[in-house]
Design a protein around this ligand. Sequence first.
Ligand code: THU
Length: 132
Amino acid sequence: MTDLKDAATQVRLNAHAPYSNFQVGAAIRAASGAIYQGCNVENVAYPEGTCAEAGAIAAMVAAGERIITEAYVVAGSPMPVTPCGGCRQKLAEFAAHDVRVTMATTGGVEQVMTMADLLPGAFGAAHMETTS
Ligand code: THU
């Protein structure tokens, strides 16, 4: 876990967050054991900004991996930063229900939740099966 924490903490420093001044770092471990990092990248056209989790997921997929086994998200917030709704869905695309997501502050406070905790009743591939 320490390496995931270090990876998220390190990449957070590269965040481009001039509008919110809220830098976020994310690190995910994939099935191979490799770690992929992402930070938030904001844009002057605000809705075009991307979250740290999205960056880490994109790096993982670009490297040819599809399975998240663990995730860590950190921000300089007073309480552990939780992935936004959209990022929960993005994580759920590649992470099973029992995957642990650690949310943290730069001050060292951590909270661990599973994907099932974060996104109960998630829309998934089973919902896409047609009955007629
Ligand atoms: N943000 C993330 O990158 N991940 C999260 O889990 C929560 C929010 C970013 C988006 C935006 O750049 C900034 O934090 C403020 O919302």
